[in-house]
Design a protein around this ligand. Structure first.
Ligand SMILES: [Zn+2]
Length: 174
């Protein structure tokens, strides 16, 4: 399954547009061009909708996982001389999401921390690694690991760590 990454939106539940060219300079479709094509094939030719994992980019190096969606339609709008992709996404059924998430090991490192919790943690930790104060390559870390029963749903169990301290902690636990 492919990842779709959207820029952070100030309001609205899920971001649905990406400002990007349709084709690379060499003429091939960009990643979002491919999503656009897949969505059109579903909307006009009745092909099965593609499942995508949707992420929002909060800050450079910080992503928040929004869930698994079906790519049901897409269109292109012009904005300031650029092509902006607009996507119509539908949240995938809970059943299929759970199966996919259980079978997808990449989720082990990004266990579904809700966006509100991430915002709260970001604010509390002032956008810095709680160990060294670095502002680079930050990760949301479970203080008690998810695999050991730690919750993703409360800010008290989540902290900001830079990549270095995140890795050091993981080495200690595993
Ligand atoms: Zn650090």
């Amino acid at each position: 399954m492919k990842d779709m990454i959207f820029p952070r939106r100030k309001n609205g539940p899920a971001p649905k547009s990406v400002d990007q060219p349709v084709r690379n300079p060499g003429g091939s479709l960009t990643q979002n061009g491919l999503f656009y094509q897949a969505a059109k094939q579903h909307a006009s030719d009745g092909k099965p909708a593609e499942l995508v994992k949707v992420y929002e980019k909060i800050r450079p190096g910080i992503w928040t996982y929004n869930g698994i969606f079906l790519l049901v339609d897409a269109w292109i709008e012009q904005s300031n001389g650029r092509n902006v992709f607009k996507f119509n996404l539908e949240i995938a059924e809970d059943q299929s999401r759970q199966e996919i998430e259980q079978n997808d090991f990449s989720f082990d490192h990004n266990r579904l921390i809700p966006a509100e919790v991430k915002r709260e943690v970001w604010k509390r930790d002032k956008g810095k690694c709680v160990v060294c104060g670095s502002k680079e390559n930050l990760h949301f870390d479970h203080i008690i690991p998810y695999s050991k029963g730690g919750s993703s749903l409360v800010a008290e169990n989540i902290q900001l760590l830079c990549a270095k301290h995140n890795l050091e902690k993981r080495d200690r636990i595993e």
